[in-house]
Design a protein around this ligand. Structure first.
Ligand SMILES: O=C(O)CCC(=O)C(=O)O
Ligand SMILES: [Fe+2]
Length: 345
């Protein structure tokens, strides 16, 4: 039987370490250190010699086991480092980081031109809005970190009412869609008048104000008439953490083209409400170009925007730790797909 064998094993191990049995300071002459000037009968000396003899033996035992211990410790350090690296760097091969979290794009947006894809030949053209030049841009100068924090609090309050069972939850102030468990509810219907205790008219004013500034910078950067581009749906707050997906709605990381996924989008903008690296790890935005992956690291208050066609195939790296908040605010050139800013019902 296993326990008996184990017990026997322990017994023989005890025998291999005789000093563990010397509990009363009774040392054999062979073990007793010779100390000429000292009366061997003195109990305190006997205790001291016993203690030091014991310490010596323990020290030599420690020296004996030091090798394996150091090996174990080394292994532990390697494991922790690898785990940290995986958490910190996420799941992606990155060819180029377009904008790091620690950089501040405080003046003009940093712009990267990308040739427009051929898909545009198949879409109806809206002069003054349909992209003539395509690309991507990032700015930290349009939304302050304080505003981002206020919007993040708004998102936290709304999403605290429910949230997905999986890692990705959304709140769409326009349609009222809010993730709940494995589906969505309409917050305005589900919570009725109580929603007035969660959101204030100032929250909605801030959203409109920020949306208008984003629209202006998108128009200026792409050379558009801001009056000929319109907010379109869906426009939503997202909250992502590392909880495993429970439904397809939680699988935010798939590569996609916004114009294909959402239909009406011509320009996508993303306003980040938390910081890559300190609020969460993983979760970088990745443009998947034929020549390699290019990433934008989220930073609270950072606006990243791009033409929504297949020249900007992208995905979000899986979040490995913490919580990532963002808002997707997008614009269409088609007045038929225009929506008004969200308002409190
Ligand atoms: O949150 C992001 O960085 C990107 C979200 C996105 O790709 C989308 O909403 O279509
Ligand atoms: Fe997207």
């Amino acid at each position: 039987m296993t326990p008996t064998v184990g017990y026997k094993g322990q017994g023989s191990a005890t025998l291999a370490w005789p000093h563990l049995h010397v509990t009363k300071g009774t040392l054999s002459s062979a073990e007793r250190p010779s100390s000429p000037g000292e009366p061997a009968s003195s109990p305190s000396v006997a205790m001291a010699t016993f203690a030091s003899g014991n310490a010596l033996r323990q020290a030599s035992a420690w020296r004996g086991s030091r090798g394996p211990m150091l090996l174990l410790l080394g292994g532990l350090v390697v494991c922790v480092t690898v785990a940290w690296l995986v958490l910190a760097t996420g799941d992606s091969e990155i060819t180029e980081t377009l904008v790091r979290k620690g950089e501040l794009i405080a003046q003009q947006p940093r712009v990267y031109d990308v040739p427009c894809s051929e898909d545009y030949d198949n879409y109806k053209r809206y002069p003054g809005c349909t992209p003539l030049k395509c690309g991507r841009a990032v700015t930290d100068a349009v939304v302050t970190r304080e505003e981002a924090q206020m919007l993040r609090r708004l998102a936290e309050r709304g999403l605290s009412l429910a949230g997905s069972d999986g890692g990705a939850s959304i709140l769409d102030l326009h349609s009222g869609a809010l993730s709940m468990g494995k589906q969505f509810v309409n917050i305005y219907r589900y919570f009725g008048d109580q929603i007035g205790e969660v959101f204030t008219s100032e929250d909605f004013q801030l959203y409109s104000n920020v949306r208008a500034r984003i629209q202006a910078v998108v128009a200026e950067t792409f050379g558009l008439d801001p009056a000929l581009m319109y907010l379109t749906k869906p426009t939503f707050f997202s909250r992502i953490n590392s909880t495993g997906a429970q439904t397809q709605h939680d699988e935010y990381w798939h590569p996609h083209i916004d114009k294909v996924t959402y239909g009406s989008f011509d320009y996508t903008s993303l306003l980040y409400l938390s910081d890559y690296g300190s609020d969460f790890t993983g979760g970088r935005f990745i443009f998947m170009d034929p020549s390699g992956n290019r990433t934008v690291e989220p930073r609270a208050g950072r606006v990243s925007f791009f033409s929504s066609g297949s020249e900007n195939l992208h995905r979000v790296e899986q979040v490995t730790w913490g919580t990532r908040f963002a808002i997707t605010v997008s614009f269409t050139c088609d007045p038929a797909h225009a929506i008004a800013d969200p308002t409190l019902p």
